[in-house]
Design a protein around this ligand. Structure first.
Ligand SMILES: Cc1cc2nc3c(=O)[nH]c(=O)nc-3n(C[C@H](O)[C@H](O)[C@H](O)COP(=O)(O)OP(=O)(O)OC[C@H]3O[C@@H](n4cnc5c(N)ncnc54)[C@H](O)[C@@H]3O)c2cc1C
Length: 457
């Protein structure tokens, strides 16, 4: 299909986070007229960078996963005029009280992972191989929790804690709420549709033996916002209008078909509306949605993150890696971003982001104190090197991928209204998940002849 043969549509995108902007870019490159409405006075949503004194922090530490051949790469290849410079993330290190070890990616490194008792390592190795084998012959329900397939009673506390931290890192929830599907996802990402081919799972086992670690994970130089800047600069000359400080207050439909979007000031007519904000809030903009759909959206659960950014007057964290801290009061992920881009801090200084998940009802001030206590206890003499301290409470994903959580797809009961964002796909995490959601939207519009083929076959 040629772009010139596509019937030009008037499209309103609600939200200028990465999923809204990626959608706007792809749709305008397909010849449509796009208006993006953003409630705040900045683009980027959870993907922004800003200055705190002489340091440039991101909205939470970010490492982009699956950059080698994943959905963001596909969108960049298809639609970006320029791409950020990506720096390889390097290893994930596990820091316990006594030691820092590399993350055990392979069966061999797991067998040697002396943080856990030998009998537990053996049990987990056998379980992993058994799970892949069960899945290969269709005997495994992947929407069950990690805790339901491990024998917690017979595992050492240290092993249960390790698995729990890993689950929190992957989904924001612990072993009881994290589906084992989340762990298969990282093996399956090249198959866009859920493949049932036994070969895929045997490839998974092959990966467990051969995998070299997280080789396709990267940090964008200049901070996470540099991805957003590449998207907006790729819109130059296209028919896109981004309106900041302009919230959508109502989506208008008639006889089950979308007609436009209302803001505080005006009504924008639209043939298609792409909604990239919280699905839980869609019913506020469309009170007449069918009740069962509304109930489904309103039931979506999310987790919050608490991030501490520290500007240090010397480098206290190693090079080329981030660290997952376990065995402490608050497990957290520690990313020294200046190891990837020194320009984010004054010369010789280090900028490090430390993040953990919190529940919506926790006492945030008390949590901040505890988290700072954890950092000071782990890194000897850190306090006297702290030049800058900055806190963020944010939402990493608009819905957590938990057991049984049914996310809506990009299709809605209203013709012409589509959803994108991290609460519309049960796959991967963060920006990678947002990118999958945009590919789903483009696939849906391709079916209607409104975009060129969106993805590689
Ligand atoms: C601490 C932290 C760490 C993270 N780490 C990683 C990581 O390592 N790797 C990774 O890939 N991802 C990571 N992420 C996640 C990633 O940043 C987000 O998942 C992604 O940016 C979400 O994009 P989005 O466009 O779906 O949603 P959002 O960024 O939430 O965008 C939604 C936009 O819609 C706007 N909006 C809302 N309502 C309206 C309205 N009525 N009208 C107009 N506009 C509206 C909002 O203001 C916002 O700009 C992290 C996030 C956090 C917070």
């Amino acid at each position: 299909m040629d772009v010139n043969s596509i019937e030009k549509k008037n499209i309103v995108v609600i939200g200028a986070g990465i999923s809204g902007l990626l959608s706007a870019l792809a749709l305008s490159k397909n010849g449509h007229t796009v208006t993006v409405l953003e409630a705040t006075d900045r683009v980027g949503g959870m993907c922004q960078s800003y200055n705190v004194g002489d340091y440039k922090v991101d909205t939470g530490p970010h490492i982009i996963t699956r950059l080698g051949d994943g959905p963001l790469k596909e969108l960049m290849d298809a639609y970006f005029d320029s791409v950020p410079i990506f720096v390889h993330h390097g290893e994930y290190m596990i820091r316990s009280e006594s030691k820092v070890r590399g993350f055990p990616w392979t069966l061999r490194s797991f067998a040697l992972f002396d943080m856990l008792p030998k009998k537990d390592r053996l049990y987990i190795l056998q379980t992993l191989i058994s799970l892949y084998s069960q899945r290969s012959i269709g005997l495994l329900d992947v929407d069950v929790s990690v805790s339901s397939i491990i024998d917690k009673k017979n595992l050492d506390q240290s092993t249960v804690h390790f698995l729990d931290v890993l689950c929190r890192f992957m989904t924001g929830m612990g072993v009881d709420r994290t589906p084992i599907a989340r762990f298969f996802d990282s093996q399956d990402y090249k198959n866009y549709k859920d493949s049932k081919e036994p070969l895929d799972y045997f490839n998974g086992i092959k990966n467990l033996i051969m995998k070299k670690g997280a080789t396709d994970q990267h940090y964008p130089k200049g901070g996470i916002q540099s991805i957003i800047e590449c998207i907006t600069s790729s819109m130059k000359g296209l028919d896109v209008d981004i309106r900041l400080s302009t919230a959508a207050v109502r989506i208008i439909e008639e006889d089950g078909t979308v007609k436009g979007v209302m803001t505080e000031k005006e009504i924008l007519p639209a043939d298609i509306v792409v909604y990239s904000s919280y699905s839980t809030e869609l019913p506020e903009l469309m009170p007449d949605l069918p009740n069962d759909y509304k109930n489904r959206l309103e039931g979506l659960e999310k987790v919050l993150s608490l991030t501490l950014w520290l500007g240090l007057d010397k480098a206290l964290f190693g090079t080329d890696c981030s660290e997952i801290w376990i065995g402490c009061d608050i497990p957290c992920w520690v990313v020294p971003v200046t190891n990837y881009d020194p320009s984010l801090a004054p010369n010789g200084h280090q900028l490090v982001g430390i993040t953990t998940n919190i529940s919506e009802d926790c006492d945030i001030e008390a949590y901040k104190e505890r988290l700072y206590g954890v950092v000071c206890a782990r890194i000897d003499g850190l306090e006297k090197h702290v030049m800058m301290k900055h806190w963020q409470v944010l939402v990493p994903e608009k819905a957590a991928w938990t057991v049984g959580q049914e996310m809506p797809s990009c299709y809605t009961p209203v013709e012409g209204l589509y959803l994108v964002g991290t609460d519309t796909v049960r796959r991967s995490m963060g920006i990678t998940r947002a990118s999958y959601s945009v590919l789903n939207l483009l696939d849906a519009l391709h079916e209607n002849g409104l975009v060129k083929k969106a993805r590689k076959s």
